[in-house]
Design a protein around this ligand. Structure first.
Ligand SMILES: NC(=O)c1ccc[n+]([C@@H]2O[C@H](COP(=O)([O-])OP(=O)(O)OC[C@H]3O[C@@H](n4cnc5c(N)ncnc54)[C@H](O)[C@@H]3O)[C@@H](O)[C@H]2O)c1
Length: 346
């Protein structure tokens, strides 16, 4: 069970609770929550923070955590002293939920590029049909607000250089396998608009940059996960296709604080970029930051010549203007992730 991970994250939770978010968090007290994708990188961190609010801060929350399988839910949450409901199920088929959910945080999705190339149909339907099912469930439950997890990938290949604001749009070839995830997330965002307009649902959308953190599945094939594993073992990190493109990378603790902030302070129907300014890098630049932050001796090995690429950097002014302050620096997040891996807490 993941009680060690929960204990490990408590110092993060104290930090989040010491920021100005703690002034508005009481607005979420005496509420019910449904989290889909609760066993993932973001979902586990968020769910543990909600358990912490109940166990350590005396919040009265009714918590339902949902994910594909019962075993992974028990593994993640079986330790909790706070009473939580576990709801296994495939969102594409609809969740057997008839409880109350004041807040629905919809994170469930295939989020692994290798997997969405292998399972494009499940990926696309999981996002479009699954999101429709979750929005329908929220409507039946008279939810106060839904948070939908979108992505920087909706920008496609940006047509301008420099940071992307929420009004920018990019291009990509929809008639391609690589378009499956991007197109589905775009369609799901417009589906949210449909449920707002036709059914009066309240939905906020967060577009996450590339995320990292100790709650990641360290068996996944994500590049950042591979970098952390190689760095803590002092093994060479291979960069298969180096490019000049720079990306925003964000610690999961900042992403979770932003979700909670937007549940309270976001405006319905609006999309917000979720990223921090202090971690913009080329992929190999991020690998170098991981090597430094992990105290590693790893080298970087380039497997091909560097090609020219489009920057995908998120402008964060809209999130900040709504009053959000990121609790963590990115170097902290890198160290926190590496220490967990070194200690074998997984
Ligand atoms: N991690 C990132 O860098 C990142 C970046 C941008 C957007 N996002 C989005 O944020 C959300 C959460 O990402 P994550 O990194 O925590 O994902 P993850 O891959 O770590 O976890 C995904 C979760 O969704 C569940 N899930 C997937 N398909 C499901 C289905 N059909 N039915 C029920 N459960 C299902 C999995 O069991 C797991 O709990 C996703 O919607 C993702 O697209 C993530």
């Amino acid at each position: 069970m993941d009680n060690k991970l929960y204990e490990y994250l408590k110092s993060d939770f104290e930090t989040i609770f010491s920021t100005k978010l703690s002034k508005v968090l009481p607005q979420l007290n005496h509420s019910s929550f449904l989290i889909t994708g609760a066993t993932g990188l973001i979902g586990k961190y968020l769910s543990y923070f909600l358990i912490y609010l109940v166990e350590k801060k005396g919040f009265d929350l009714d918590l339902t955590f949902s994910s594909y399988g019962e075993a992974e839910l028990n593994q993640a949450f079986g330790f909790s002293k706070a009473s939580v409901h576990l709801l296994p199920g495939d969102i594409t088929k609809g969740l057997p939920f008839d409880g109350k959910a004041d807040y629905v945080i919809h994170l469930a999705s295939n989020a692994n590029p290798a997997l969405y190339m292998q399972k494009p149909i499940d990926t696309e339907l999981g996002i479009i049909v699954g999101t429709n099912n979750v929005l329908s469930l929220a409507s039946k439950s008279n939810s106060k607000r839904v948070f939908f997890a979108s992505t920087t990938d909706v920008y496609g290949n940006p047509i301008k250089s420099g940071p992307l604001s929420e009004d920018d749009i990019g291009v990509f070839n929809c008639n391609s396998l690589r378009g499956v995830y991007n197109e589905a997330k775009r369609a799901a965002e417009s589906l949210c608009q449909g449920w707002i307009s036709e059914k009066g649902l309240d939905v906020v959308i967060g577009r996450f940059s590339r995320l990292f953190g100790p709650t990641a599945n360290f068996n996944s094939s994500l590049a950042s996960v591979a970098f952390f594993k190689k760095a803590v073992l002092n093994e060479p990190i291979e960069i298969l296709k180096p490019t000049t493109a720079r990306y925003s990378f964000t610690y999961v603790g900042n992403a979770v604080a932003a979700i909670l902030h937007l549940l309270i302070c976001g405006k319905s129907g609006q999309a917000y970029n979720i990223a921090t300014k202090d971690c913009l890098a080329e992929v190999d630049g991020f690998a170098k930051q991981i090597i430094t932050g992990s105290g590693s001796q790893s080298d970087i090995i380039y497997k091909s010549e560097r090609t020219k690429g489009h920057d995908v950097i998120l402008e964060t002014g809209k999130l900040e203007a709504s009053g959000f302050e990121a609790p963590f620096g990115s170097n902290y997040g890198i160290e926190k992730t590496a220490i967990k891996l070194k200690a074998g807490l997984f």
